[in-house]
Write a protein that binds this ligand. Sequence first.
Ligand SMILES: [Zn+2]
Length: 254
Amino acid sequence: MLLRRMIEHVQTQNWTAVALDFLIVVAGVFIGLQVANWNEVRKEGMLERVYLERLHDEAFVGITGILETTDIAFTRRRDAMHSAYEAVFSEASDRRSLDPAECNAIANAHNIIAPPHQFPSLEELNASGRFGIIRDPALRNELTGYALMQENSRSLVDYFTADHFVMPLEFPEHFRTRLRAVDRSWGENQVVTCALDAMREDARFLNALTEAVTRYNGYYTLVLRPEIDRVKTIHGLLDERLGIDHPAVPSSVP
Ligand SMILES: [Zn+2]
């Protein structure tokens, strides 16, 4: 219709009308492209929101569940291990016995593996090449950093667990262990007694303890702490972007 009218205007050499027709065509194409563009932006915005909500839920489950439990257990064990280490190496005049938590901590000094936190949505975004729909630069940085950190953590865990030895099996003369209950629970389910005087006289044990505590510190400082703290940062950013408030989210280990 418009084309036929335009041809008529050209034939009658009505150039003003031709110019108007041309402007109408250009404006129509422009508006059509803009509408398609807005639709695309709107769809990407909706998809971004879906992924932000999923990432949020995955972070929230971690910091209120397994990560929080791991944080508390590993931090308490680290603190007990440090005070036990000082007691084992103390001068004769300052000697004291180990309490059950300290004895348990050095018996489990080799035990440094906690399952890494997973963000299935992040892996999905990266695998499908859709990571670009996350527009917030701070959030993008944290998520990219998290993925890189997980890669580095795997190498560090390999390093810290190389030549793995179990303290009570390596030094059965210094530890007696038994399960508090024979069930499927995991973690602080062992009752351990320590032969502290014999430990203090055993140079091989003292060196092994130093090695185990060093590895535990390395794992805690370079792998576990950064992972938990970064998941908490990601969760905080997602709360901000989604306008969510969680008064009950734990913020630190007691
Ligand atoms: Zn939240």
